[in-house]
Write a protein that binds this ligand. Sequence first.
Ligand code: G4P
Length: 536
Amino acid sequence: MAPLADQIASRRTFAIISHPDAGKTTLTEKLLLYTGSIQTAGSVKGKSSSKHAVSDWMDIEKERGISVTSSVLQFTYDGCCVNILDTPGHQDFSEDTYRTLMAADAAVMVIDAAKGVEAQTKKLFKVCTLRHIPIFTFVNKLDREARDPFDLMEEIESVLGIGTYPMNWPIGCGQNFRGVFNRRARRVIAFEGDGHANATKKVAEIEAELGAPELGELIGEANHENLMDDIELLDGAGDELDYAAVSCGKLSPVFFGSALTNFGVEPFLKEFLRLAPSPLPYTDTLTGEQVDPQRDDFSGFVFKIQANMDKNHRDRIAFVRICSGKFERGMEAFHMQGGKKLKLATGTSLMADDRAIVDEAYAGDIVGLFDPGIFSIGDTVCTGKTHVQFPEIPTFAPEMFSRITQVNTLKRKQFVKGMEELAQEGAIQIFREPGFGMESVIVGVVGVLQLEVLEQRLKSEYGVEVRRTGLPYTDVRWIKTDPKTFEFSSLNVTRDTLKVEDMRGRRLLLFTSPWNVNWAVDKNPDIELSEVGNWE
Ligand code: G4P
């Protein structure tokens, strides 16, 4: 077994983001195919296939063909140990994407070559930039008619506000897509064969110098000439790849390919792994210092909690991103928020459809810990004499509110349990009016699909039917002022402003318009209002 330093240095942990249907799932699957992690394409997730993997565990995902929850896939390739964190494509789950990105050291943005930057690409990209991590672009579906690559790069730059640097360049598109030109190696990689849709085998590649006589036959004379013109244009622009700009997310290395036919997947993977960072340090809020991933002491934080992943076990898994050192199954670690030592007894990792027990893992890896209900999102676990604590993960302000009432009042216990567990998972935020019980709860979400998922999960996992009534609130403000210094009920707010408490007893106001927010600010000058609620 390689020493700690080498193990950690070999880690590459990243998330893939895309507008639904751009090809994120297909690309993930092909990465696994290339690395020998799966034998047949179709086993990660096939919307129309009968095989569903762990990332597809929820009925709603199957019905809608959207990926709601995140899972983690690990494989080794070219001496790297790669962790892919899957993220939901739909904007209603962008908070989940944000939390997942907290655990990633890089992001890959998949773009459909015919459609360019789509609505969801924009939203998820924005979430990505909050992390200041390197963002790589994979322009997909070159096996179909695609837009001009220069246009696509310009669109990425103008719409997303990030610089682009083509790492490779496509040779033709549609039926005429013959290969890519690797700009660093200055070699043409011509693909052999017709590019079978849903190719399940690695694609054969032939390499040649630009201008080599055999290229006319390999990629076609016209393609060869166009390529030479394009490369001259690109080279004319003259700039070298600026690693510093890539590292802070200001410049995106761009790759072109077709995940479905496997064209360009391997060249992307190789270059990506060369450029993507090994585990980045996280800040210790106790000292303000960066925690070196290479230090001996183990540390990590919970970025995601998921209940009932396996209905037979009805368990809850806390996903921990390891920030430093080595994790060993059964090790004792200090849970900072709980103020207690814990035995990290069950480590699981998710790989396709079996949940293997993890015996050891290193900084950069994700482990799923069995959670008897003690962890919250953002919690730190660590070993060693000097404790560390990682920053809180901020919650997004909900944009949509509903009152959720149970239909059958005899199921009160299950209803309360379900609502609380789902809120702890961060799937929803729940609010109560002071003095009211849990029989009717106000739920805040970023998008309506979260409410549908809530309804379905309460039914299938907790056996509870609920009624959902839309509420007119649009804006929310947490009250940061010490609750002992004012009387909540006597705050001067408009009549349609609602005073509520969140799960942690923090007080907040729900408003029906920004005008009402301004009213509250004007009439209560001693009260400090905040747009974000943080996990404490
Ligand atoms: P997503 O996770 O980003 O939502 O996209 P996904 O990979 O599921 O791909 C969406 C659709 O696009 C799928 O077709 C998939 O086969 C197709 N696709 C992905 N990559 C490529 C590519 O490089 N070229 C072409 N031509 N198509 C591609 P579908 O018919 O919606 O689903 P399925 O029935 O094939 O699973």
